[in-house]
Design a protein around this ligand. Sequence first.
Ligand code: ADP
Length: 634
Amino acid sequence: MAKRKFKAESKKLLDMMVNSIYTHKEIFLRELISNASDAIDKLYYKALGDETLNVSREDFAIWLKADTESRTLTITDNGIGMDDKELESNLGTIARSGSLDFKEKMEKNDEVDIIGQFGVGFYSAFMVSDKVTVNSRPYGGETGWTWVSEGADGYTISENPDAQPGTEIILHIKEDTDEEKYGDYLNQYHISSLVKKYSDYIGWPVKMNFETSHLKEGTGVEGEDGEQIPPEYETVIEERTLNSMVPLWRKNKNEITEEEYNNYYKEKFYDYNDPAAVIHTKAEGMVSYDALLFIPEKAPFNYYSKDYERGLALYTNGVMIMEKCQDLIPEYFSFVRGVVDSSDLSLNISREMLQHDRQLKLIERNIDKKINSELMKMQKDDREKYEKFFEEFGVQIKFGIYDQYGMNKDKLQDLVLFYSSLEQKPVTLKEYVLRMKPDQEKIYYATGETTAMIDALPQVDAVKDKGFEILYMTEAVDEFTIMAINEYEGKGFVNICSDEFDMGSEEEKEEIKKINEESKDVLEVIKEALGDRVLDVRFTNKLKNYPVCLTSEGELSIEMEKTLNAMPTGEKVKARVVLDINAEHPLAGKLKSLAGNEDKLKDYAEILYAQARMIAGLPVENPAELSNLICELM
Ligand code: ADP
């Protein structure tokens, strides 16, 4: 029998395929099962419109059979089948409709896109087989046919009267190599896991005879005479359906119990806890899809590390095409797990194509909105739960605000919580602004490592005393976040420890100006002693009980100095600071009394500066010298 040649395009493609353009060879099974399922669909729909065809839904199935001796894996369906002409045109060539286009693409050598563009599923069989036999008989056909190929050099088609209605594809699995254990594709457990992974929601049952070993009855037990009867095993063959067929997300919401959602989530995403929220939506219109999304209760242990892979599982018509599709979800919601199933996507679409896919962008946008509104709902209806959620994932959202030049701040700023000095719990910016005093122009905040440390800041004490609310920024990202927000409902932010902050009255301002002028000489000496460590030294009436504090000037705050300097790379930075001395503190009087005594004043300068650094949570620069100074003074 003369061997027929594959059409030129097919040959090239076959070479490419076998040389593993698909990184996961295992997807061949998904492709063949999908083809089998399509073939059954075709016959089923044909029968719906034709009463002479006597078929019923229950009769249809796809069977898998692995034989380790002959090293074959057989995929059989009782679908529409193919005659010789169809075998020739369907399996002898690829992309008939688009072959011109195909050639052009080929010349541009845009290889990966080609895979995405054309239906080439069947050929993926050659990634794992060195010979493929297809026995097929069209439904109601008088005879059947056999198609055989050993790869790129061609194929034969011959009549086969024994072929059953439908299609049987026999893969002669390759010998194992160092890189690939092809023999795994003959292992019933491996096959079963691949079906679960990729084809769980195919609409027809995928069946396989499972061999299990059982203890023979009456063996391996103690006999009547007290003697142990040695165990004997027998092989039992049972038919199993490997796929669950109806995906949870395709069912109606009101048919699904909370428990079903929770179990699905825990099983699929390996979590011990129930999810904090479930989002199940169906979209129709510009793009149609079903999405089933989960917000976890706890961050996975690797969430804030590089190991965590974000993304949603992407299905098309119940077939998984990607396990973690990053393009479906924005980074700031990377903690969301779930599944998207859209019939608008092509099964053979490649990763590279997906990135540019318009449908996918639309889906992402919708999902983004959905998650956002679900979180806002939680914030409103179940504050406690929301606060817990925010504790787990808030940092991610704060990063999202600051990331990409603040592009997403409008969407995300209402999700953010900061600890409030007034409420002593996390509050939203909206809540803060609603409570602002009529004469308060800006949102007050203070920064520090913990709320307790901020509570202990001298400036905080004074502002709280006047009845103002302060937001506490305890996370390294916080200040960057509010810098990105810049203004919330027209209100800017001010760090109450910065020079920019002043809430004294005109009279108070006048008074302190006078004090500073009177003590110019004393302040000059202190400033000189501290050199370029401070921008200025001055008396202030902003501090209540504390003797001194450091006030930063300009963009870079003291907290930012700490954060940036804690990073392993990059230059060390220093916030520009002013040393403020409490004019109302007894210490002020002491300093004034030392006017003219330069040596003493210089010693005091060192101690005051060190104290101010300690209060701000900064390290003391020369602890040994300092301790000597204090001892001398004492
Ligand atoms: P695609 O499925 O994307 O069209 P394939 O290369 O997988 O591309 O298959 C080519 C064609 O071969 C299919 O469109 C279908 O007409 C036919 N075919 C493949 N497998 C079967 C099958 N099991 N039963 C009937 N027809 C099949």
